[in-house]
Write a protein that binds this ligand. Structure first.
Ligand code: NAI
Length: 333
C-alpha cells in the first residue's frame, strides 16, 4: 500500500459530495491500493452540516480513508492535494438558465484557482463540476499559472454516461456493451452528443455501429441528442433538485480514468483547454473525445465529422466564447 494522497472535494456539504465522498473513500477512483486523506471545503455557514458528513465518513469504517480535514479555509483545503474535485458552487434551480449562474460562480473559481496555485501540488489534477463547468475550469486555470493548463478539466462525463445509457436502452443491451459515444463542446444545452462513432458489442470479438444496433439512424440524430441535452433539466423537473448521484458517479469515472487510464481504442469525454482541434475555438474549455495513458490525456484525432455535427460544434464553440467573454468581464468589473 502506497502513501496516502490528499484529495480535496469542494462543496463537501452539498448533495453531489454526499455520494462522491463515499465513492472516493472506498477506492472507486484511485484504486483498492491507494489510501486517501480527504480535504472537505465548504463555506462557514455549512460547517455544522459538514461535521455530520465527517461523522458519517467515520461510521462507514473504510480502510482506505486515513484522514479527513473539514475546513472553510481554501489555504488548508488545497494544501498538498494531488486531486481536486471542484463541486462547490451555486446549483441551478428550476427555471434558471445556466447563464444566470455565471456571474455568481466565476468569482468562486478565481479564488480557488489562486489557492490551487499557491498550495496544491504542481501536478494536481483538477476536475471542475460546478456550473458553468467549462468556463469555471478556464477561469481556474488562468489564476493558477504555476500549474500546467492540461491539469484543468471540466466534467462532461455525466452527459456521456447519459448518452451511453440511452443507446443501451434503445438497443436492448447492458450499458457496458456501448462504447465510443461522446460529447463535444459545452456542458449545456448546446452540447453535442455524438453517436456517429459509437459501437455496440454483439459478441466476444464483434461490434456493430450504434445506428445498426438501434435500427433507427433518425432517432440518433434527433430524439437521442435532444434527450441527452435536456436530461439535466428533466431530472430537476422531477426531483426539484439537480442530478446528484449520477453526477457523483460521473466525477468518479472522470478522475478514475485520468489517474488510471483508458482502454486502448475506447474514448471518454473531457472538457479540456482547446488547441483548436476539429475547428473548435482555441483557449476555451471544450469537451473532446480523449484517450488517457500514464496520467496524460490526448485528444483523439482524425475522426470524420459530417456537416450536421460540424454545425452543432460551431454553435457550442460560439457559446463557450461568449461565456468566456462574459466571465472575464464579470471578474474585471
Ligand atoms: P449543493 O447546493 O447541494 O451543494 C453545493 C455546495 O457548495 C453547498 O454545500 C455550498 O455551501 C457549497 N459552496 C458554495 N460556495 C462555495 C465555495 N465558495 N467554496 C466551497 N463550497 C461552496 O449543489 P450540488 O447539487 O452538489 O451541485 C454542485 C454543483 O454541481 C452545481 O454548480 C451544479 O450545477 C453542478 N452540477 C454539474 C454537473 C455536470 O455535469 N458538470 C451535473 C450536476 C450538477
Amino acid at each position: 500500500m502506497s502513501e496516502p494522497i490528499r484529495v480535496v472535494v469542494t462543496g463537501a456539504a452539498g448533495q453531489i459530495a454526499y455520494s462522491l465522498l463515499y465513492m472516493i473513500a472506498k477506492g472507486d477512483v484511485f484504486g483498492p491500493d491507494q489510501a486517501v486523506i480527504l480535504h472537505l471545503l465548504d463555506i462557514p455557514p455549512m460547517m455544522e452540516v459538514l461535521q455530520g458528513v465527517v461523522m458519517e465518513l467515520a461510521d462507514c469504517a473504510l480502510p482506505l480513508l486515513r484522514g479527513v480535514v473539514p475546513t472553510a479555509d481554501p489555504a488548508e483545503a488545497f494544501k498538498d492535494v494531488s486531486a481536486a474535485f471542484l463541486v462547490g458552487a451555486m446549483p441551478r434551480k428550476q427555471g434558471m438558465e445556466r447563464k444566470d449562474l455565471l456571474s455568481a460562480n466565476v468569482k468562486i473559481f478565481k479564488v480557488q484557482g489562486e489557492a490551487l496555485n499557491e498550495y496544491a501540488k504542481k501536478d494536481v489534477k483538477v476536475l471542475v463540476v460546478g456550473n458553468p463547468a467549462n468556463t469555471n475550469a478556464l477561469v481556474c486555470s488562468k489564476y493558477a499559472p504555476s500549474i500546467p493548463r492540461e491539469n484543468f478539466t471540466a466534467m462532461t462525463r455525466l452527459d456521456q454516461n447519459r448518452a451511453q445509457a440511452q443507446i443501451a436502452a434503445k438497443a436492448g443491451v447492458p450499458v457496458n456493451q456501448v462504447y465510443n459515444v461522446f460529447i463535444w463542446g459545452n456542458h449545456s444545452s448546446t452540447q453535442v452528443p455524438d453517436a456517429s462513432h459509437a459501437k455496440v458489442i454483439t459478441g466476444p470479438n464483434t461490434a456493430i455501429s450504434a445506428a445498426d444496433a438501434v435500427k433507427n439512424e433518425a432517432w440518433l440524430l434527433a430524439e437521442f441528442i435532444a434527450t441527452v441535452q435536456k436530461r439535466g433539466a428533466a431530472v430537476i423537473a422531477a426531483r426539484k433538485m439537480s442530478s446528484a448521484m449520477s453526477a457523483a458517479k460521473a466525477a468518479a469515472d472522470h478522475m478514475r480514468d485520468w489517474f488510471r487510464g483508458t482502454e486502448p481504442g475506447k474514448y471518454v469525454s473531457m472538457g479540456v483547454v482547446s488547441d483548436g482541434s476539429y475547428g473548435a475555438p482555441k483557449d476555451v474549455v471544450f469537451s473532446f473525445p480523449v484517450e488517457i495513458k500514464n496520467g496524460k490525456w490526448s485528444i483523439v484525432q482524425g475522426l470524420p465529422i459530417n456537416d450536421f455535427y460540424q454545425q452543432l460544434l460551431t454553435a457550442t464553440g460560439k457559446e463557450l466564447e461568449e461565456e468566456k467573454a462574459e466571465a472575464f468581464s464579470v471578474i474585471n468589473s
